[in-house]
Structure formats: C-alpha cells, structure tokens
Ligand binder design. Structure first.
Ligand SMILES: Nc1ncnc2c1ncn2[C@@H]1O[C@H](COP(=O)(O)OP(=O)(O)OP(=O)(O)O)[C@@H](O)[C@H]1O
Ligand SMILES: [Mg+2]
Length: 246
C-alpha cells in the first residue's frame, strides 16, 4: 500500500435513512402494501456533508450526543451503508467492530463463532481453527469456548469480538463503543493492543462516550452533532469544548 495515499477519505458524505411513514400494524398488511408499492418513505438525514481524511497509523476519536450519527458514519466506513451522496474510500483490510454482537451468532459456541467471524473478515477457517486457543486465551474465555455465545455476558461478547477483530493486523480498525462495556482489565489490555496496531501502521477510528479513554488514545477528535461535523481538531481541545457544551 502506498503510504502517502490517505487510508480513509470521506468526501461530502450525506446519508438518508428511509423510514416508512404509513406504518401498518400487521406484517400481512405491510407485505400487501409493499407488493402494491403503496409504502411511502420519508427521508431522515442522519449525516450531512461529512468530510474526513486519515492517513496510515492515525487514530481518530468520534464523540457526540446520542443520535448524532456516529454509528451511522462507522457503518458508512465499514461499507455496510452506502452513502446517499458523496464518496468514501477505505484502503486495505478493514476490521469493523461496530456492534457488540460483531457478526456473531448466539446459538453457536465461542469456538464456532471464532471461525464464523473470521470468515466474515476474510480469514480462512483453517487459520481461524489454529488461532482459537490464542484468541480465547487473550479474551480470557478459554473455559467458555464450547458454550453458546448467547450465554455470554455483554462484556464477554465484546472481549471475544475484539480478540477476533485484532488477532491479525488490519489496515483499518473501526471500533464503535465496544470497549466501554468491558471491565478495567479488558480495557487496559485492549488499549495496549490498539497502541501496538497503531505503531504497526493500522488506522483506527473509534466512537465512544468514554471521553477520558478517547483522550488517552486519540490525537484527533471529531465532534458530531445532529449529523454534522461540529468541530474537528486536537483531542484535548475538542473534548474540552464538548464537555463545556453538555
Ligand atoms: N436504521 C435506521 N433507520 C432509520 N433511522 C435510523 C436508523 N439508524 C439510525 N437512525 C437514526 O439516525 C440518527 C443517528 O443514529 P446513530 O445510531 O448513528 O447515532 P449515534 O451517534 O451512534 O448515537 P449513540 O450515541 O446513541 O450510539 C438517529 O436519529 C437515529 O434515530
Ligand atoms: Mg451509536
């Protein structure tokens, strides 16, 4: 990969969710309307004209109130939601952790989920089976490998998801809140792992309401408010302004 090319470019991105306005009470009625094309959608703009450029090894924190559009922007970066207008370029391999479930299936065991999520990240089942002990060990879940993930606590799921996503060095790591559900020891371990990835050139975008953690990890912070970039700049400065405002 060319180091001088930005690893993430977001250029004038706006995103509208389509919300059905004539919502019906029954699934049957909804299907009839759908087939007859009688459903009327209203656009809700969750992102307005967002610009962003990040280079290899940079770490960006995204903060802002509930409903500001942070997770929406992460989904756009992950390629899950195509922008309604504007352009997004993300270069290299991407490890998205944008939901605690992280593509896991609750009915499958921890062991099976390691292989499943690995496949979603483009890693071979054979490699993932080899990596099971190391991933479980790092996540502190070696004793829980053979029970269904639905029996895990939220923090345990986050540990497993993070351990899988960071088992191989991705070019881009996207983390939405996942770390805040972990306990102190997991947070410490994952911060160290993120720092190691950064040193290795991984570009990181993290969304969090844990402002102290964002301040510790990120040099640059973007403040989103009602879908717009309210401010972007040095972490300390932006976080102080945000704290002041809320
Ligand atoms: N699938 C969807 N359909 C319609 N509207 C949505 C959808 N997902 C999110 N929204 C709306 O888009 C806006 C931004 O939501 P988003 O989840 O990106 O916020 P957020 O900044 O991540 O908030 P939080 O801090 O609570 O996680 C909200 O007003 C939300 O209601
Ligand atoms: Mg969110």
């Amino acid at each position: 990969m060319n180091d001088r090319q930005p690893s993430i470019v977001v250029d004038g991105v706006s995103l509208a969710y389509e919300i059905p306005v004539n919502a019906t009470s029954s699934a049957k009625e909804y299907l009839i309307n759908l087939v007859k094309r009688r459903i009327i959608y209203e656009k809700f703009w969750a992102l307005h004209d967002v610009d962003l450029e990040l280079h290899r090894g940079e770490v960006l924190g995204i903060i802002g109130p509930n409903g500001a559009g942070k997770s929406t922007l992460m989904k756009v970066l992950a390629g899950v939601l195509p922008p309604t207008t504007g352009r997004v370029i993300v270069r290299g391999t991407v490890s998205p952790m944008i939901e605690v479930s992280g593509g896991m299936n609750g009915e499958l065991t921890g062991r099976e989920n390691i292989v499943l999520v690995g496949a979603l990240l483009g890693r071979s089942p054979r490699l993932m089976r080899e990596r099971v002990p190391a991933i479980a060990e790092w996540a502190g879940l070696s004793d829980f490998l053979d029970v269904p993930v639905r029996t895990y606590s939220t923090g345990m799921r986050a540990r497993l998801g993070f351990a899988i996503a960071t088992d191989r060095k991705p070019d881009v790591l996207l983390i939405d809140e996942v770390l805040s559900v972990g306990d102190e020891s997991f947070r410490g371990k994952s911060l160290q792992r993120i720092r190691d990835l950064m040193d290795g050139g991984t570009t990181v975008v993290m969304v969090s309401h844990a402002l102290a953690m964002v301040e510790r990890l990120c040099r640059t912070v973007m403040w989103l408010d009602r879908g717009r970039v309210k401010a972007v700049g040095p972490a300390e400065e932006i976080i102080a302004a945000y704290r002041e405002a809320v």
